[in-house]
Design a protein. Structure first.
Length: 182
C-alpha cells in the first residue's frame, strides 16, 4: 500500500514499540540493542519495505498514542490525528487514505469542505489457529500460554477456551506437517 500511495504524497512508517508476545524464542526486551535487533528481525521476517522507527525502552510514543500492540494512526500534514484504529486492517486503512486523498484534492481545487464525525466498528478476519501457530513458531510456547491467559482474563473463560482449542489445533497441524513442507 505504501508504494501504491507514494505518488499521492502519502508516507507510511512503521513504529516498533515492543515485543507484543514475548516468549521462549523472543524474550522480553531489556536493552535498546536487543530492541533494535528485534526490530531488524521483524523487518526481515515480514519483508517490511517502509521506514521502521523504534520507540525507546520506556515506550514513550507507545504510551502517548495507545498501548495496544497493533494500532494504526494517520496523521495529516498539519500534524493532526485524522484516523485512529485499535487494530491494523488493510481494508479500513485503504478506505481512510482514499478519503483523505479525496479531501486533499477537493481542498486544493478550492472546494469548501467541512469535517464531520463518524462512528464505525468494522470487523476483521481473525484466523486464530494461524495466529497461534505463528506464536508457537516465533516467540514460543510461553507466548501461547500467556495469550490464552490474557484472553481468559480480558474476555472471559469462553474466549480463553476458544483460544485454547485453536492452540491445540495449531499443534496438531504442526505435528502433521513434516519439517520443510510448508
Amino acid at each position: 500500500m505504501a508504494k501504491e500511495f507514494a505518488e499521492d504524497e502519502v508516507q507510511f512508517i512503521f513504529l516498533y514499540t515492543r515485543e507484543a508476545h514475548p516468549g521462549d524464542n523472543k524474550l522480553h526486551i531489556s536493552s535498546m540493542e536487543q530492541k533494535l535487533q528485534h526490530a531488524r528481525d521483524f523487518v526481515e521476517m515480514w519483508k517490511i519495505d517502509r521506514p521502521m522507527y523504534v520507540d525507546d525502552l520506556e515506550g514513550t510514543i507507545h504510551h502517548a498514542y495507545g498501548l495496544l500492540p497493533n494500532m494504526t494512526w494517520i496523521i495529516n500534514s498539519a500534524g493532526r490525528i485524522v484516523y485512529k484504529a485499535d487494530w491494523t486492517d488493510h481494508r479500513t486503512i485503504r478506505a481512510a487514505v482514499e478519503q483523505l486523498i479525496s479531501e486533499r484534492d477537493l481542498r486544493r481545487a478550492g472546494a469548501r469542505i467541512t469535517p464531520y464525525n463518524i462512528e464505525w466498528q468494522p470487523n476483521r478476519e481473525n484466523p486464530v489457529v494461524e495466529f497461534v501457530a505463528g506464536l508457537y513458531d516465533v516467540p514460543g510456547e510461553r507466548a501461547v500460554e500467556e495469550f490464552i491467559a490474557a484472553h481468559r482474563t480480558t474476555n472471559g473463560d469462553a474466549a480463553g477456551e476458544m483460544v485454547q482449542k485453536a492452540a491445540e489445533e495449531a499443534l496438531r497441524l504442526r505435528r502433521a506437517t513434516p519439517a520443510g513442507d510448508d
